[in-house]
Design a protein around this ligand. Structure first.
Ligand code: ADP
Ligand code: MG
Length: 390
């Protein structure tokens, strides 16, 4: 069996005697050690990233232990640090912990206590590293899976579409309807994959948006056109009101189009045959916002200070609505409300989480509420775009 290399500890102390005693104790417990007599040389030695832990004296000539710790934390190095302080200096201990120390020991220290603290810090570090590796593996897996799943589904959509258009022979209206329905089911899977991929991108900070001035009403009109056949088939009335045409918005139109597709797709899932879905898009001055709208804007993580005009988009339906318990957390990933026959409706609970991330990335907010009589309404507020986009 491969033998694990001894863990390497960097002792940073200007007093050679203390460093020597520590070295002997640590070697007794099978640790390897290096010694740095001041902060500068400690930082230099740490650059090699070969140390598993640092024992760092607080009081040293030249740069202090706290400063070494601070410099270490702004660099990429995450080597755990245990501070060695003089007795009775609690405020310094607080400062060290705030600066990111893993732990501290007071001098003169009890060696057994020090060993316990070192073991704990090293274990925490190993767990953190393992977690990071797992996160990375999960991310790689999602990207790989999404890519490998999306390609064949897109090919299936293309083939069915050729058939639907009658390019491979005459298809009767019934067949067209079935083929359209097959395409829509495939598109639903593609939406789910895209939601999953984009959530991952937003969370890892790797989402690249192409922001440009966009007419939100035109974008919503296109979304309504896309879903009109599906709505018609289920006898659902899909109506869009574009009242006072508002300002443009600064967004990535492809991402916002997917937000609309998720909201309309959801409404279609939860509206009964013969139901209605009503969309609206208008411009609104800040002073005209309702109390509920101001509250939603305040509750969101976006900063609306200085925004004077908004674009308001809403998607309202007369479907099942959402239980008031679920309204608060419906935008969290993997959350699905308990509206009846959820399983039949499928989904992964990622659509609304994606919508929230996307809208907030454009400096806007989104919320859900139930209509007075039946069904629910999703509303988006986006700041009106003024000036140039760099
Ligand atoms: N228009 C709506 N009417 C009723 N419930 C809705 C509506 N939109 C979303 N929901 C509820 O929110 C849940 C989460 O939606 P979403 O994040 O899009 O995930 P998914 O569509 O994959 O279930 C849905 O499962 C449903 O319970
Ligand atoms: Mg959905």
């Amino acid at each position: 069996m491969a033998k694990r290399l001894p863990e390497k500890i960097l002792i940073v102390d200007d007093e050679p005697d203390i460093a020597q005693i520590l070295k002997l104790h640590l070697e007794e417990f099978d640790y390897a050690t290096n010694w740095a007599a001041d902060g500068e040389s400690a930082l230099k030695q740490l650059q090699s990233n070969e140390h598993d832990l640092v024992l760092l004296d607080v009081r040293m000539p030249g740069i202090s232990g706290v400063e070494v710790l601070q410099r270490l934390r702004v660099s990429d190095l995450d080597t755990p640090v245990i501070m060695m302080t003089a007795h009775g200096n609690e405020s310094l201990v607080v400062e060290c912990m705030k600066a990111g120390a893993a732990d501290y020991v007071a001098k003169p220290f009890d060696i057994d206590d020090l060993m316990i603290r070192m073991k704990r810090a090293l274990e925490n570090q190993r767990t953190m590293k393992q977690k990071k590796i797992l996160e990375q593996e999960k991310e790689d897996f999602i990207f790989m899976l999404s890519h490998d799943m999306k390609n064949p589904i897109t090919a299936v959509i293309g083939s069915i579409d050729i058939m639907r258009e009658g390019r491979l022979g005459v298809v009767n209206p019934d067949q067209v309807e079935y083929l359209e329905s097959a395409i829509e089911s495939c598109e639903e899977v593609v939406t789910m994959i895209d939601n999953l991929l984009d959530m991952q991108r937003f969370e890892s900070g790797r989402m690249q948006s192409r922001i440009s001035p966009v007419d939100p009403c035109a974008l919503l009109e296109a979304a309504v056109r896309h879903f009109s056949a599906a709505a018609e088939r289920e006898n659902i009335t899909l109506t869009l009101y574009t009242q006072a045409r508002g300002p443009e918005i600064a967004v990535d139109s492809a991402i916002l189009a997917r937000v609309f597709a998720n909201l309309i797709g959801n409404a279609l899932k939860f509206v009964p045959d013969g139901g209605t879905i009503t969309l609206s898009c208008d411009g609104i001055e800040r002073s005209k916002l309702s109390k509920a709208e101001i509250q939603a804007a305040t509750d969101s993580s976006s900063d609306f200070s200085g925004v004077t005009s908004f674009v308001r988009i809403s998607v309202s339906d007369n479907g099942t609505g959402i239980s008031s318990d679920d309204l608060a957390n419906i935008f969290e990933r993997y959350v699905q409300s308990d509206n009846a026959s959820r399983r039949i409706r499928g989904g992964a609970g990622l659509g609304l989480a994606f919508c929230k991330k996307a809208v907030e990335s454009f400096g806007g907010c989104i919320w859900a509420e139930n209509n007075e009589v039946e069904g629910s309404q999703f509303t988006i507020l986006l700041p009106g775009h003024i000036g140039n986009i760099t």
